[in-house]
Design a protein around this ligand. Sequence first.
Ligand SMILES: NC(=O)c1ccc[n+]([C@@H]2O[C@H](COP(=O)([O-])OP(=O)(O)OC[C@H]3O[C@@H](n4cnc5c(N)ncnc54)[C@H](OP(=O)(O)O)[C@@H]3O)[C@@H](O)[C@H]2O)c1
Length: 305
Amino acid sequence: MNSNDKLIVVAGGGGNLGRLLVNAVLADPTARVRVLARDPSKAEVKALAGDRVELVAFDAVTGSDPDRAAAVRGAYAVVSTLQGGPEVIVDAQLALLKAAKAAGARRFIPSDYSYNIFTLPPGINVNSDWRRTLAERAEAEVTETFEVVHVMQGIFADPYVLGFLGVLDLEKGLVRYWGDGKTPIDWTTWEDTARFTAAAALDDRPVPTLLFVAGDRQDVLSFAKIWGDATGRALKLERLGSLAELQAEAHRRLAAEPGNMYAWLPLMYARGVFGGQALLGPLENARYPDIQPLTVAQAAAKVRN
Ligand SMILES: NC(=O)c1ccc[n+]([C@@H]2O[C@H](COP(=O)([O-])OP(=O)(O)OC[C@H]3O[C@@H](n4cnc5c(N)ncnc54)[C@H](OP(=O)(O)O)[C@@H]3O)[C@@H](O)[C@H]2O)c1
């Protein structure tokens, strides 16, 4: 791949995925990065500073049109790893996308990094609904020279994410699941997602609108066995209920505590994961042969080391 000193703008570059993405872009020695962060003096943002990295203070919600234009000036691609509610995921990302287009960028990659949000029915996961709303509005901005690319890679094969979802409880040596446990699930590591996203951002070729990539596909029963074998500690399984019970519980918690997303959002994701409606489409891994994404077994072995 010839990057010809491309500038990749990363909105949310100080976040978990954002930091990995910045490093993945910089692995190309001719690429440069502009990190947009609300507070570039934060330790995790400052740690990204370097010869080929520019740190810029930018608030995606309160920033003005001139702020946005300056933030994306000269970009080959603008990638978002922003996290937040609809004011960020829909409104702020759309404004940034339009600024990227006006600045002549080749493509915008919104903050999706999910299972297939386009086949998941509406009303199951509010986070996916916001991302689909953004995608619908973004479609109107696509031209022959300006792409919008949705990176989708399934669930991050990572104890923190699986803990958030309520699936993996390492303290108790437990894997919890809903449904029959036999629904396939797509898995990719954070690092591999960052690598594929960087490759898509820097790509000289047209990139598909839906960029499906993944390291593995395993149902949760197989996942538990593979993870246990690779880490040397057998995991017990606990079935929490049916998919209908999962959905009802998510809605019950949402009604009871609408302001506390930690009460219901994990269940909404779990419904997406275990429901089997959000499987990735045909994988595009082969576009980027330098990236050999980890399988669940390899990801688990890495956690053990
Ligand atoms: N598939 C999966 O299993 C999975 C798991 C986890 C995450 N994800 C996805 O990955 C993406 C990134 O998640 P993450 O965990 O890396 O998020 P994160 O660590 O919370 O990072 C999000 C970044 O967005 C920034 N941000 C939020 N609002 C902003 C604003 N108004 N202006 C400027 N910056 C703003 C935050 O900056 P501050 O530091 O200033 O707050 C932070 O750096 C999301 O789309 C998320 O849904 C997927």
